[in-house]
Ligand binder design. Sequence first.
Ligand code: TYD
Length: 206
Amino acid sequence: MTGLFVTLEGGDGSGKSTQAELLAAWLTERGQTVLRTREPGGSDLGLELREIVLHRRGEIDPRAEALLYAADRAHHIATVVRPALARGEVVLQDRYLDSSVAYQGAGRTLDPAQIRDLSLWAAEGLLPGLTVLLDLDPAAARVRLGERTMYDRLEAEQADFHQRVRDAYLRLAGAEPERFLVIDAELPAGQITDRIRQRMAELLPA
Ligand code: TYD
């Protein structure tokens, strides 16, 4: 595999999409071919699964939810991400297995190690070369999301859920400091992009 796999993680409202956009523009300028994608919903099957996990009315059992995200992941990595990496592209992905460990593991209180193993099984062991964690206090995120009128199933969870998610992300980053770059999401967007670019430049071919 010759490409570079970069994932963006963080709570809802932490600015992942803004960063993905700015980074994609920079990479394209550098002459890289970039694939911007996301989970859930980065493939045709994934779009159907996304609709279920985010918008289904009525309860979804936590294990069923974990398996739906894993199904989305398996199909997405096999049919979209691996082919792009094989072509030598930079894949910029909004959310990946760390989201499952944080949201289904800590948020829904399933066993984080089992959730990680499930994701690794689904993705045949693929890990990102770099994972950017945009760290944000859930209270600040609420203020950012406050103008919205619609929340999806996970965004609608209570404050303690989002606090557990944040803590889980920070633990994950602490456990794999060489894969993670943790950035304070309250910094100005341009400064955040600069830091990510610096780290990516070390990983990209000259
Ligand atoms: P996303 O599309 O990133 O929504 P947003 O743009 O609002 O951040 O993600 C949708 C939701 O799915 C988000 O609340 C986090 C959740 N999620 C999980 O719970 N587990 C997962 O494995 C993934 C990828 C996302």
